[in-house]
Write a protein that binds this ligand. Structure first.
Ligand code: M6R
Length: 369
């Protein structure tokens, strides 16, 4: 049942191009517009939405963080994202014009379910993004957009995350399309890019041998740090979470801009630091800043592991290890940038002799609060 792979996690990582393609299937029509009639929320209702609140836990929360960038950019609707376990205990401000999006692979996570119930009690509409047909969270929500990742068995979430991202982009673009923002042309272009992206995920997977080798060489380290900005920040958090879960290592993700507000004190000789670099095109200010962050940490002895777009030569002098990813629109980059971090964590766990599919102390779905 592992299809020739040693672990479910490896199989699920490899299934990502298909999972991404399946999640897009039937949702983009021949004219390149999105068709999400399955949401059962009318365009008129969507035009009424004046705030979006995303609730989720763990990896799904990281997908939600990325969704916030996409939703606010393409729709101009304010969007908050919150850990489901924090949300309902702080008396959040919700009303019928708030759209709450609950993201959950299993559809059974108790913290997320409680947040859904709380939101509906306040009269908000809840849209579930979920991978498990007929599970509790979609049943208790007003609408559901299923991710079509197929069953995810490994405790560490991989293909579910990529498909959650796809579903979030679809919702963001659909909201943008329904409300007709000034980004109409960009939205159409991104829908085209999204429809090609599974091929790019496949390309990343075919170049992972150096990443595995690097992971094995770091098996005796105690700490790995991850840095990113903009959508690279949640990717950094996700890379760190994977490493904690699987390799039982101290791993932390930071927003690169926060470095000088504290974390740079952690940098010491030979400390591995993974940096997710945004595209050099378009957002040049952000790009320049992260390149100088890389220089700063390297000057203090860090071993820099740089994830950068193909063709980005400016980072080369500062990268002790360079991991290449295909060029994508900025907001879609997490779909390709996360994959090497999954492979990295899986290989490190294996090298440390850990049980990859069933890490200690963890359950696949957390059905208690
Ligand atoms: O089933 P859910 O998506 O609601 O699960 C949420 C988290 O428990 C889950 O993503 C967890 O963080 C994973 N083990 C991460 O790999």
């Amino acid at each position: 049942e592992k299809g020739g792979y040693d672990y479910f996690m490896l199989k699920e990582i490899a299934e990502q191009p298909r999972a991404v393609a399946d999640t897009l299937l039937g949702r983009i029509d021949a004219s390149g517009s999105l068709r999400l009639d399955e949401l059962r929320i009318s365009a008129a209702e969507l035009r009424e939405v004046d705030k979006v609140v995303i609730v989720a836990c763990g990896t799904a929360f990281h997908a939600g963080m990325i969704a916030k960038y996409a939703i606010e950019h393409w729709t101009r609707i304010p969007c908050e994202v919150e850990l489901a376990s924090e949300f309902r205990y702080r008396d959040p401000i919700l009303d019928p014009r708030t759209l709450v999006i609950a993201i959950s692979q299993s559809g059974e996570t108790m913290d997320t379910l409680m947040a859904v119930r709380h939101a509906r009690e306040q009269g908000s509409k809840v849209l579930a993004i979920c991978n498990t047909n007929g599970s509790t969270i979609p049943r208790e929500s007003d609408a559901v957009l299923y991710t079509h990742a197929g069953p995810e068995v490994a405790v560490a979430s991989t293909k579910a995350f990529l498909t959650q991202l796809v579903a979030c982009y679809l919702v963001a673009l659909y909201l943008g399309q329904a409300r007709g923002t000034k980004w109409g042309d960009e939205i159409r272009a991104v829908i085209r890019d999204l429809s090609q992206i599974s091929r790019e995920v496949g390309r990343v997977l075919r170049t992972m041998e150096p990443v595995r080798e690097l992971a094995r060489s770091l098996a005796d380290k105690d700490t790995v740090l991850f840095l990113g900005r903009h959508v690279g920040y949640p990717v950094a958090l996700e890379g760190a979470l994977k490493l904690k879960e699987l390799a039982y290592m101290h791993a932390e993700g930071f927003a690169a801009g926060e470095l000088k507000h504290g974390p740079i004190a952690l940098i010491e000789e030979d400390l591995p630091v993974v940096v997710v670099v945004p595209s050099p095109r378009g957002r040049s200010v952000l790009y320049d800043k992260i390149v100088s962050n890389i220089q700063e940490i390297r000057a203090r002895g860090a071993r820099t592991i740089v994830i950068a777009e193909e063709g980005d030569t400016a980072v080369e002098p500062y990268a002790d290890h360079l991991i290449r990813i295909p060029a994508t629109p900025t907001l879609l980059q997490p779909l390709v940038a996360t994959v090497p971090l999954q492979v990295f964590a899986c290989e490190l766990a294996t090298a440390r002799g850990n049980e990859v599919d069933q890490p200690r102390n963890l359950a696949k779905s957390v059905t208690v609060e």
